[in-house]
Design a protein around this ligand. Structure first.
Ligand code: ATP
Length: 597
């Protein structure tokens, strides 16, 4: 397919906010693509040239992209800038100029040719690479039609957000085959094990859904991590899953480690599937020494631990290891241990569908540990198997007394539910407040300028939301204006600079009363503590509207969920926007308040 045809599909998608219509457009596009094109097209639709977990950067700032455009159009940069200032959208500015400058002969490049050139842009490095990047992009601008140019430049600019998530793409793959979303669950299951949209799309296009069950973990493709359900007491845990393995809930950060002896390589992935290997050379070294297998995927929680005193370090200290600079020095100051609790794959065999006890038994067999916590970098998360409520409560208290967060109870025959929050793991955490036991992970959607002291930070209050999966939309639960330290306000401001967007993103559902001075793209995740979940007509989480009597407008039929006394607990840059608390979970927490009060 030609890139210009793809641009027409993208335009249709951009012009609607209806998820169903987007799904249908994507499905038609997928149908019309060659099998060999679907993989790269899926990446391009996300503004990328590789799956999300591969950190491929184009390495072109806006200034450099403008330079490439002007070179491609034979245009004076000042002229371009004047128009750009007026339009405010780089893509549309290029498009306008292309419409006016007729003298350029366009070649109507294929999607493949555009992908190849963008790939060369991203991989060019070293001396002369800047010029090479500019030339590649200039060549594309010269050869593509106006609409195609609009979308082309948005790719290296990193602003290709088309307002749909990976899940809509999975729906569209189902639609491509069946004309409805019925195949989404089976496609999604495979995606959780191999979260590479391009790979999944090509497989479905090639073979339908019959072979999706055979999609197994593979080293160096991170698996979407399993998550835990929550219950507020030992009694309820035993009632729910009976005899279970109880482990401490370590308060560090989760890592998925992939290792290949043949390649002599270890890769570490964070909760949001980011490759964070470079941050933890000590863990990489430990894994290379302490793993017995040739190939393995294991998971654990990395936490600062003092083997002399058997004391865990508080999260605030452990978290200092998440950094881009000064890594070696910090590794000495805050030594880590990886408390391993999962084996997902070993030497050609997938363990994700094996019962928990079998995974744990094989995990222990896969490591050569001395048993001396001072020497080993990997420690196995200790477990106690019990069906006694009292013992479970004691283990919980014991974990708290060690400064840990609580416990995780694991169903003995439970499989590893990649990417899902299921009852095979149940977390039981310390209750910080009388009403809600857990914190809520929210997305920062926008902010208002501050008055008074906070005017100095440029942010006075910020709007946070949760995810409504049924609508594929972010919906609001609170506007937060207090409780942040000066440093946290500053962090928020710095993180927000890159994420500013002139229009409210399509995926945001916000009541007028909650409009923001500045909108932000969906990226910053924060953990919010609140006293209670209440109901409010101005928040859109779970809110239902009905037409007014006149039929000309809508009024609130059922108010939304809102947080009472919300305060920032911490920034969760290990989580993606898709990982935040869902509306379903908040609904459950809302109901649980009545049960326990
Ligand atoms: P929370 O905000 O409660 O830490 P989360 O949203 O980060 O939870 P959950 O799946 O809800 O993720 O809770 C499980 C998390 O607890 C895991 O992601 C992991 O990081 C951590 N954890 C600590 N100890 C264990 C353990 N023994 N087994 C499994 N997970 C553990």
């Amino acid at each position: 397919m030609k890139f210009s045809q793809l641009a027409q599909y993208i335009q249709k998608i951009e012009e609607t906010s209806s998820r169903l219509i987007i799904t249908e457009h994507l499905a038609t596009l997928f149908k019309n693509l060659e099998t060999t094109e679907i993989k790269i097209t899926t990446y391009l639709l996300q503004g990328r040239i590789a799956p999300l977990y591969e950190a491929v950067e184009f390495g072109m700032a806006e200034k450099m992209i403008k330079k490439a455009v002007c070179r491609g159009l034979n245009l004076d940069c000042k002229l371009f800038d004047t128009r750009y200032k007026k339009i405010g959208d780089l893509g549309k500015t290029v498009e306008e100029f292309k419409k006016e400058i007729k003298s350029l002969d366009e070649k109507d490049l294929s999607i493949y040719e555009v992908f190849e050139s963008l790939y060369s842009v991203a991989t060019a490095s070293g001396a002369g690479s800047q010029d090479l990047k500019i030339n590649h992009l200039a060549h594309l601008v010269r050869n593509l039609d106006p609409l195609a140019c609009r979308y082309l430049v948005r790719i290296p600019l990193g602003v290709m957000r088309l307002g749909f998530s990976d899940m809509t793409v999975l729906d569209a793959l189902s639609w491509m085959i069946n004309g409805n979303k019925s195949l989404r669950p089976i496609i999604e299951k495979a995606y959780h094990v191999r979260p590479d949209l391009g790979f999944i799309a090509e497989l479905v296009k090639r073979q339908g859904v019959t072979n999706l069950k055979k999609v197994l973990p593979t080293v160096f493709t991170p698996i979407l991590m399993m998550r835990a359900e929550r219950l507020p007491s030992g009694k309820e845990i035993i009632e729910k899953i009976g005899k279970c393995a109880v482990e401490s809930k370590y308060d560090g950060f989760r890592l998925q480690a992939h290792y290949s002896r043949k390649k002599q390589e270890v890769r570490l992935y964070s909760r949001n599937l980011e490759n964070v290997t470079f941050m933890y050379p000590d863990l990489v070294d430990g894994i290379q020494k302490e793993v017995k297998a040739n190939e393995i995927i294991i998971e654990g929680e990395a936490i600062g631990f003092d083997p002399d005193t058997a004391n865990f370090l508080p999260f605030q200290e452990t978290v200092q290891r998440k950094r881009k600079y000064g890594i070696e020095k910090m590794a000495k100051e805050v030594p880590l241990k990886l408390f391993c609790f999962e084996l997902l794959y070993k030497d050609g065999k997938s363990f994700i569908n094996s019962p928990y006890i079998e995974r744990k038994k094989n995990l222990e067999k896969s490591l050569k540990l001395t048993g001396d916590a001072a020497k080993d970098m990997i420690l196995i998360a200790e477990e106690t198997i019990t069906d006694d409520t009292k013992q479970l409560e004691i283990l919980f208290e014991d974990a708290l007394s060690k400064g840990l967060e609580g416990i995780i109870a694991k169903k003995l025959d439970g499989i590893y539910q990649a990417g899902a929050r299921g009852w095979n793991w149940i977390k039981f955490k310390r209750s910080y407040s009388a009403k809600i036991e857990d914190t809520i992970d929210c997305l920062i959607m926008g902010y208002d300028f501050g008055k008074g002291k906070r005017a100095g930070f440029g942010i006075g209050a910020f709007l946070v939301g949760i995810f409504d999966e049924s609508k594929d939309k972010f919906v609001t639960v609170a506007k937060i204006g207090t409780g942040l330290s000066d440093n946290e306000w500053r962090t928020l401001k710095t993180q927000s600079i890159k994420l500013k967007t002139p229009k409210k993103p399509n995926q945001y559902e916000v009541d007028k009363a909650m409009d923001c001075d500045v909108w932000l793209l969906p990226q910053t995740v924060v953990e919010i503590k609140a006293d209670e979940i209440t109901r409010s007509p101005v928040h859109t989480a779970g809110r239902k509207l009905k037409p007014t009597k006149s039929g000309n407008a809508f009024e609130v039929d059922e108010p939304g969920f809102a947080l009472r006394f919300p305060r920032l607990q911490r920034f969760r840059d290990d989580k993606r926007a898709e990982d935040i608390t869902s509306l379903k979970e908040v609904e459950k927490m809302f109901k649980a308040q009545f049960k326990h009060s």
